[in-house]
Structures are given as structure tokens and as C-alpha cells.
Design a protein around this ligand. Structure first.
Ligand code: URA
Length: 278
């Protein structure tokens, strides 16, 4: 019934009617995904249990029973049913992480035409995708994206204190005691006139990794004030030369290469949801 595709997976009939091409323009279509992943995303069951539903003949795509586990669907055009009930992909959200390179502004569309996030993440394939918080243009590292506005807002809400860890290369030979003001909660005097910096930063966890003509410091903060880490090190007389975010809440970059993105795994999404729970 299903014809194999070039990648070895089985194709399923596409579109609202099997004989016609999908009405959604090709460039706006979501990358076809495995049917069991589609079902898990939509909250029907875990991937494993979704496979069981498929092999039991309970899943149809565009009216045709699909039992082959490699089958793929395009969530924008294929109609998937389980036991006759339509499953909406929109019930599930997209969650991605990007290892951001320097030189890109954290916005989906920069009015000033600077390189923005559209060059780095598959925004056409995930309508409504947006960055969770921001990294400065020259900061690299872990940046989350989602279509789930509610979770994005929760993760950024100050009451959640989601910790973010950065590695900074700073000017000068740092001695450990110079970091104590950051550990105690430092007032950014040069910006104290601004509302966001009127009160001291919350105590940060800071670890000196290496010291020399330039030094490397790991720093974990749970706040997200504008340019906060740069201001903190500037305040103690060690301006930041480069800054990379290596973790966000329970998530770490792992071996994701700079400039690359990947979808979060189901367990990463669950961990993130727990981290954003009030
Ligand atoms: N703090 C900064 O100073 N810059 C970032 O990009 C993130 C945190």
C-alpha cells in the first residue's frame, strides 16, 4: 500500500484527497515526521505505545490504515485518525534548541536587516516558532525555541528562577576572591539609574576555571536582565571578551555544533515543563 521513499521510510498518501497535491505550498510545509512521533507529539500516547496503536491497525492516514512503523506524515496536510477520531498535530508543540553562533540577533525578523534567527532555525517548518528569551548578538550557545507560548512565558517568568549557566572569557588575571561580589549579589553601579538595575543582582554561582592574561569563569544566574553577565564582570573590572551559554535549566548543549539546531527529546520537554511549573 505504501511506497518507500528515498530515505528508506515508507510514504503515506498525502493531502486531503489522495489523488491531489497538498494545497499548502511546499515551502510552508512541515518536514514530514514519523507517524509515531506525530502521535506522541499530539499527546495520543508515548512513541512506543503509538507504535502499538499503529501495528494494531488503529491508525489511519488520509483514510488508509498505516501499520508500517517507518511511515511519515506531513502534519500540515495529512489527516491522521486513531480509532476514527482525528488527531490534531496542533495539540502538540515544537521545542528546539540552537547552538547560537556570534553575530546573529535574537529575533525572528530584524527590522534593521541584521542576520537574525531565520538564518538558523527552520521557522517555515514550524509556524509560530519563537526564541525563549534572548542572547546578545555576540553571545553564543544554548537558545531554546518553541511554539508553546505558555511554556515560554513560564520559563522566563522571574518567579521561576530557572538557572542558566554561562562560560565567560574575561580580561585579566582573575583571583578567586575578586568573584565574591558576584557570589554575594552585586549592584551594577553604572546602570543603577535604570529600572532593571536599581537593585543588586541576585547572588550568582561562580567558579574560576582558569586564570592568566585572560581568565575563564563559569557563572550561573537565575535572572535574565539585559546584558547581565557582561555588566556583572564589567563591574568587578574584568570585562567579558566572549560569552557562551552552556545550559538552560535542565538542558545542556551536549555535542550540538555551533550553528546547528535539533528538536528536544520527549524527556527533555518533560524536564523543561517541570522546570517551568509554578
Ligand atoms: N548575559 C549577557 O550579558 N548576555 C547574554 O547574552 C546573556 C546573559
Amino acid at each position: 500500500m505504501t511506497a518507500p521513499r528515498e530515505d528508506g521510510s515508507a510514504a503515506v498518501p498525502t493531502g486531503s484527497s489522495r489523488s491531489s497535491e497538498p494545497s499548502v505550498p511546499r515551502e510552508e510545509r512541515v518536514v514530514p515526521m514519523r507517524l509515531q512521533k506525530f502521535l506522541a507529539r499530539a499527546g495520543v500516547a508515548s512513541r512506543r505505545k503509538s507504535e502499538d496503536l499503529m501495528t494494531a491497525g488503529r491508525v489511519r492516514v488520509n483514510g488508509i490504515v498505516v501499520t508500517e512503523l517507518g511511515s511519515r506524515v506531513d502534519p500540515r496536510v495529512d489527516v491522521v485518525t486513531v480509532d476514527g477520531k482525528v488527531v490534531h498535530h496542533g495539540d502538540g508543540h515544537a521545542y528546539l534548541m540552537l547552538n547560537k553562533p556570534a553575530g546573529f540577533v535574537t529575533t525572528m525578523r530584524d527590522p534593521g536587516n541584521r542576520p537574525d534567527m531565520r538564518a538558523l532555525v527552520p521557522w517555515k517548518q514550524y509556524p509560530g516558532l519563537y526564541p525563549v528569551g534572548r542572547l546578545d548578538r555576540d553571545t553564543t550557545g544554548l537558545l531554546l525555541f518553541t511554539t508553546d507560548g505558555e511554556m515560554g512565558n513560564r520559563l522566563l517568568h522571574p518567579s521561576h528562577h530557572v538557572p542558566k549557566t554561562y562560560e565567560a572569557v574575561v580580561e585579566g588575571r582573575v583571583v578567586d576572591s575578586a568573584l565574591d561580589p558576584l557570589r554575594e549579589g552585586i549592584l551594577i553601579t553604572r546602570h543603577a539609574a535604570e529600572e532593571a538595575y536599581a537593585r543588586p543582582c541576585a547572588p550568582a554561582q561562580v567558579e574560576l576555571l582558569s586564570s592568566g592574561p585572560t581568565s575563564r569563569v563559569r557563572c550561573t544566574i537565575a535572572e535574565g536582565r539585559h546584558r547581565q553577565v557582561r555588566y556583572m564582570f564589567g563591574e568587578i573590572g574584568h570585562p567579558v571578551l566572549s560569552l557562551a551559554r552552556i545550559s538552560f535549566g535542565p538542558l545542556t548543549l551536549g555535542d550540538l555544533e555551533e550553528g546547528c539546531w535539533r528538536e528536544l527529546t520527549d524527556s527533555e520537554v518533560s524536564m523543561l515543563k517541570r522546570a517551568s511549573d509554578w
